[in-house]
Design a binder for this molecule. Structure first.
Ligand SMILES: NC(=O)c1ccc[n+]([C@@H]2O[C@H](COP(=O)([O-])OP(=O)(O)OC[C@H]3O[C@@H](n4cnc5c(N)ncnc54)[C@H](O)[C@@H]3O)[C@@H](O)[C@H]2O)c1
Length: 372
């Protein structure tokens, strides 16, 4: 046995796969999860191995977290709220305060924790890194609703250049554009700075969009693959925002689980942040077609003329830093889309969570219509 890992949020999508990977590598697993109603149906999911120790509770509860940390060697903190709803304080309370509490308890009780891995996100880059023909490397400011309403989707060169194109995102910068991204970047800072201050090896993982089975169908507020799959299965039009040409990179949950386990085991990862993606760009329309083909439905997709407030134009991560540790992408996006869609077909939903999420996001102004 290599040690015991506490996986906070381990009943979820990335957490459960990470627990499986670590168990396979010889670790004992303890899961702390509150079975959040945004993700779960009020019971432990069946996919969790009976060999895992499970504690039901909130990561924000000091007593529960203290109990969960007893006898543990490593911690992976994946619990979070992660939609674009405007309940800002809830984001910070769950994603940020819980991380601070984790370090506070470890320091106060002098717990012999060997490493902490926290989940950040590619979202922390905001509009990211672009190249301007006239000014070279630039970091455009966040797009404003006034431009998006006029269908001006691309960000602009802050120095007034006219021809700009996106570059791969590297771990050297950040410009979090919304409540979720701010909470994730703050979580990173807490882990890397308080970790160093207290000599607790810590690592922050900037995941790109993660794909694979077990991604909760209940949380239909975000996740293009989940939403397109549900829409196509229900013969609904696809919510393709902006012009459908936004670029993203997708990474399989198995590759993410291996990345989490690799940094946990590698001292060269300590006090660093890492992109975990594929480095390969797909437009949103390309993803929609991939899902449709898998389901044997290929319609002429049209963007809805809407946009999501706080969303970013393009986001494709460089994975060079993580590759230097020996990690490589193994799974192909086409294969993982197939596996996901087949998994969705096997699931039974008690309600139309997709319509509920769509209606709520429109009512709260999270999705807006472009004017032209
Ligand atoms: N899925 C992605 O594409 C993606 C991309 C970038 C970053 N991330 C980050 O990865 C992490 C895991 O995401 P996921 O996709 O597996 O989500 P998920 O919803 O499947 O898993 C999160 C788990 O955390 C639990 N949880 C939530 N609040 C809690 C609380 N207060 N106390 C205890 N448990 C709580 C939930 O019940 C759930 O089981 C998150 O931190 C997220 O920000 C995910």
């Amino acid at each position: 046995m290599k040690g015991k890992v506490l996986v906070i949020g381990g009943a979820g999508f990335i957490g459960s796969h990470t627990a499986d990977e670590l168990f396979k590598r010889g670790y004992k697993i303890r899961i702390l999860d509150n079975l959040s109603p945004k993700t779960h149906f009020g019971r432990w999911p069946k996919y969790l191995s009976p060999k895992f120790e499970k504690i039901k509770g909130n990561v924000k509860d000091r007593k529960i977290l203290e109990k969960s940390l007893e006898g543990v060697d490593f911690v992976i903190h994946l619990a979070a709220i992660m939609d674009l709803m405007p309940d800002y304080s809830v984001f910070f309370d769950t994603n940020v305060t819980s991380t601070a509490l984790l370090y506070e308890i470890i320091v106060a009780k002098k717990l012999p924790i060997k490493k902490i891995v926290v989940a950040s996100s590619q979202f922390v880059y905001g509009e990211g890194r672009w190249r301007c023909k006239k000014h070279g490397e630039i970091f455009p400011k966040q797009r404003v609703n006034e431009s998006l309403t006029q269908k001006r989707w691309d960000p602009v060169c802050p120095l007034g250049g006219e021809k700009i194109k996106p570059l791969l995102l590297e771990e050297t910068h950040q410009d979090p554009p919304n409540q979720y991204a701010i909470s994730k970047y703050t979580q990173e800072l807490i882990a890397l700075k308080l970790g160093r201050l207290n000599s607790i090896p810590s690592v922050a993982m900037r995941y790109s969009i993660v794909h694979g089975p077990r991604q909760s169908l209940k949380n239909a507020y975000s996740g293009a693959l989940r939403i397109f799959t549900l829409q196509l299965l229900n013969n609904k039009p696809l919510s393709i925002y902006e012009d459908g040409l936004s670029q993203r990179d997708y990474v399989s949950v198995y590759d993410v689980a291996r990345a989490n386990a690799d940094v946990l085991e590698n001292p060269r990862a300590d006090f660093e942040n890492f992109n975990v993606g594929s480095g390969k760009a797909y437009t949103v329309l390309e993803l929609a077609h991939m899902v449709a083909q898998t389901l044997g439905k290929d319609w002429g997709f049209k963007p809805t003329g809407e946009f999501r407030v706080g969303d970013i134009r393009h986001a494709v991560s460089s994975i060079a830093k993580l590759e230097k540790l020996g990690w490589k992408v193994r799974d192909k996006e086409e294969e993982i889309v197939k596996e996901y869609v087949n998994w969705v077909k096997e699931q039974k939903l008690d309600q139309d969570y997709l319509s509920l999420a769509e209606a709520q996001m429109k009512a709260l102004g999270v999705v807006k219509k472009a004017a032209l």
